[in-house]
Write a protein that binds this ligand. Structure first.
Ligand code: SF4
Ligand code: SF4
Length: 443
């Protein structure tokens, strides 16, 4: 499906055009009880009704009833993290995820002029780079050179005065290590129990390549043949979550094509935001006669890596990992996918590993896709709050399942002078399977 130009779409007479406005019946599901308010990070930061889920739904209702696309609507929708904590908290089952996704598409088409020029340029730059692994690859040597030069000490204070966004980009950039290629086919160890396809991701592939290699190793160790199409692109998650519908759907179609001939039983993501979007492909491509059926099939086979590992009875030998870790739930795993028990179940199979819960575990760390770049100040406040709660656990290592959270919390811990290392969950399981002890994870 090709996205129609705004002037070719009929207007509903208010903020929204006729192409997938927020659905009236979903808006009407909200009974204004306010149970979601304490769960909402932006309401918690500012205490403003219009920065709560209930307030944002009210703005959508006004838009459906004839109010124009206003700077206020754009501002409050842009200030939402899309963390979906409100979806988990709502006792009435309001599908805020569907509502905000539809509203963001409308804002992109009809309200972008209400953003500052700087914001528009920033968004263009983000989407020209982050969903493009081949471009991220070009950034790697430049970033490595910068990191080795020691210029950071001089540059950081200047950026902090010039632009919070550039300062955030500089601060969260992970140390550039060697690339770790993942073979196109990793055979199962022992008896083959499943064939899985693996998503490489964009940031994950270029800046956390060890995570993809470890994901393939642990799946293979548990009896999975792992198929990794080397020419795969972005899954579209960043674009879809930002309302860039046409771009996101093009990425989704290309990824469906990439995996279409592989015959895999599951398609595994190790990045929460990617997995959540892949599971949404059925809805996203429902209007596309060429892809609707294949998208539904792809979505039905999509899983987070922890779901596949928890589904398979463990067969690979676990070696003791005598250490204490704090587990952070990525919002797009816990709230958007409802995957909370599985990562904990996987970690529980590791002898002598102690897993601590983090206070305010439902609360977003402020990473939220591109949020820490487009809204650096509130993202920083949420990052600081998360880092303090992580440090209070007394754990030796912070574990999570999303590259964005790893970047954000590592930066926040460092800013507070708390030198706690961080790692993706599969690296912890991989260390146990390889019997290397905690040392590998703590350096
Ligand atoms: S979204 Fe749900 S929890 Fe929040 S006010 Fe509406 S009905 Fe209540
Ligand atoms: S998605 Fe997160 S930030 Fe947005 S309204 Fe819901 S709880 Fe608040």
């Amino acid at each position: 499906m090709t996205e129609a130009k705004p002037d070719l779409l009929g207007s509903l007479g208010g903020a929204f055009d006729e192409h997938h406005p927020p659905a009236r019946e979903l808006v009407d599901d909200c009974v204004h009880c306010g149970f979601c308010l304490p769960a909402c990070p932006t309401y918690s930061l500012w205490g403003e009704e219009m920065d709560s889920p209930r307030g944002r739904i009210y703005l959508m209702k006004e838009g459906l009833e004839g109010e124009p696309m206003s700077p206020s609507l754009v501002q409050h929708v842009d200030a939402c993290l899309g963390c979906m904590a409100c979806v988990t908290a709502c006792p009435s089952g309001v599908q805020y995820d569907k509502l905000v996704e539809a509203t963001r598409q409308q804002v992109e088409r009809r309200g972008a002029e209400h953003r500052t020029r700087g914001q528009r340029l920033l968004r263009s730059a983000i989407f020209a780079l982050f969903p493009r692994p081949e471009r991220l690859r070009l950034v790697r040597p430049l970033l490595a050179l910068y990191q080795r030069s020691g210029l950071s000490r001089l540059v950081r204070p200047v950026l902090a005065r010039l632009s919070p966004t550039l300062a955030t980009m500089e601060a969260i950039a992970p140390p550039v290590g060697p690339r770790v290629p993942v073979p196109a086919l990793v055979p199962a160890v022992g008896v083959q129990r499943m064939t899985v396809g693996m998503l490489l991701g964009c940031v994950q592939r270029e800046f956390y390549p060890g995570v993809n290699a470890a994901t393939a190793r642990v799946l293979a160790a548990e009896g999975c043949e792992v198929v990794v199409p080397p020419d795969q692109g972005c899954c579209g998650a960043l674009s879809v979550h930002a309302g860039r519908e046409a771009e996101g759907l093009d990425y989704a179609r290309a990824l469906i094509d990439t995996f279409s001939e592989t015959g895999v039983e599951r398609i595994v993501a190790n990045s929460a935001g990617c997995g959540s979007t892949m599971k949404d492909y059925a809805d996203l491509l429902a209007d596309d006669p060429r892809y609707a059926e294949r998208a539904a099939d792809f979505a039905a086979r999509s899983r987070d890596v922890s779901e596949v590992l928890a589904e398979l009875e463990p067969v690979a030998q676990r070696h003791p990992l005598p250490m204490t870790v704090a587990y952070h739930d990525a919002c797009h795993l816990r709230h958007a996918q409802g995957v909370k028990a599985q990562p904990r179940a996987v970690l529980a199979t590791i002898p002598e590993l102690v897993v601590k819960e983090i206070a305010e575990g439902d609360m977003c760390c402020g990473s939220a896709g591109i949020y820490n770049l487009t809204n650096p100040e509130p993202a920083r406040e949420l990052g600081d709050r998360k880092a303090a709660n992580v440090a209070a656990t007394g754990a030796e290592l912070l574990v999570t399942s999303n590259p964005g959270c790893l970047l954000q919390i590592t930066d926040a811990l460092g800013r507070q002078g708390r030198e706690m290392p961080t790692a993706h969950m599969v690296l912890v399981l991989d260390a146990s399977l390889r019997g290397v002890g905690p040392g590998d994870l703590l350096t």
